[in-house]
Design a protein around this ligand. Structure first.
Ligand code: BDP
Length: 325
């Protein structure tokens, strides 16, 4: 109720802001789930600096870090309404809204980070941008999110260890199917609720990349990290269609280029932070269970692929991604 009220209020505020005369200074509100010093937060702040610089402060961006504007699913709805102007989102929370985002979430699809960059610069990026546009969100650039692995309160060495465990996932049917295929029970929860849910034992584990596992302090309550590296789902830096539609072509070009420049910066920071976060949690005594042969894990994904590849468009995307060098 409160949430709905807040969303309506924000939409009203945004509508007033948008009716301002074009050409006058405008301030955009941006959503970020992570802390300001996380690579994504720094990327978004860089985006804002570049836009301000290149428009002589006509367009000023302010990023609200640490999910102060709400959790991810709520923020996506607010972007669609134009109540939030820009944001950095993981692509999995779009799985039920934008079909092509399922493809880049699929387990064990990307060979390495270079492969994912080439896919996002080509077929993956194009298809996803088209689907996001269809729901009122303009994709500007892709941020890195590394590989996601399992982390749990009890050790997981083989898939059978997950049998019956409650594993937190993002809101996405595909993630529920992935966990089912692994024998676990998927528990969709907002990111901000994972720590206390792990602590209280409401869930047995979750899955994420090294920087998120570390920055959220989930490692203090889930002490086993199993390097399944099962998904490399990337992130998007996006602007609401309401804002976008009111920009001149020249400003659109400035905003897009600033987003691309910020992604180059975020990707550099990301690579360094992955190493740093891993070192930090290891120093804090986390048990890292190294998976060297992922075949037993990827074999279990056959039903997941069969289900999602039943859609001819998604099947074509999977094929094109496999053929991307
Ligand atoms: C992090 C993503 C963030 C997601 C979070 C999650 O950067 O956008 O909200 O995972 O699992 O890696 O919810």
């Amino acid at each position: 109720m409160l949430t709905r009220f807040r969303t309506a209020l924000l939409a009203a505020v945004a509508a007033v802001g948008l009716s301002a005369t074009p050409g006058l200074a405008q301030e955009w509100r941006g959503w970020n789930i992570h802390a300001a010093d996380y690579p994504n937060g720094r990327g978004m702040d860089r985006f804002g600096e570049l836009v301000a610089q290149r428009t002589n402060n006509r367009i000023r961006l302010r990023t609200y870090h640490s999910a102060t504007l709400g959790q991810q699913d709520e923020a996506i709805q607010q972007m669609r309404l134009g109540a939030i102007d820009f944001g950095n989102f993981n692509l999995s929370p779009f799985n039920n809204l934008a079909p092509s985002t399922n493809v880049v979430t699929l387990p064990f699809l990307f060979r390495d980070v270079g492969h994912s960059h080439r896919v996002m610069a080509g077929v993956g990026g194009e298809e996803i941008a088209r689907d996001l546009d269809g729901i009122g969100i303009i994709a500007l650039a892709w941020y890195d999110a590394g590989a996601r692995s399992m982390y749990t309160r009890r050790p997981v060495r083989v898939p059978a260890d997950l049998q019956g465990m409650k594993i937190r996932v993002q809101t996405s049917d595909l993630w529920i199917d992935i966990m089912r295929a692994l024998g676990a029970n998927a528990t969709p929860l907002p990111f901000g609720e994972v720590f206390t849910s792990l602590q209280s034992g409401v869930i047995d584990g979750a899955e994420n990349n090294w920087p998120s596992y570390e920055s959220t302090r989930h490692f203090e309550v889930a002490r086993f990290y199993t390097t399944t590296e099962h998904s490399n789902v990337p992130e998007v830096l996006a602007v609401s269609r309401q804002r976008w539609a009111r920009l001149s072509d020249a400003d659109k070009a400035i905003v897009r280029q600033a987003a691309l420049d910020s992604a180059t910066y975020q990707r550099e920071l990301w690579a360094a932070r992955e190493t740093e976060s891993r070192a930090r949690v290891t120093a804090a005594g986390v048990t890292v269970i190294e998976i060297t042969d992922r075949t037993p894990w990827s074999n279990l994904m056959a039903p997941v692929y069969a289900k999602y590849a039943a859609d001819p468009r998604l099947a074509r995307m999977v094929q094109a991604i496999r053929e991307t060098p």
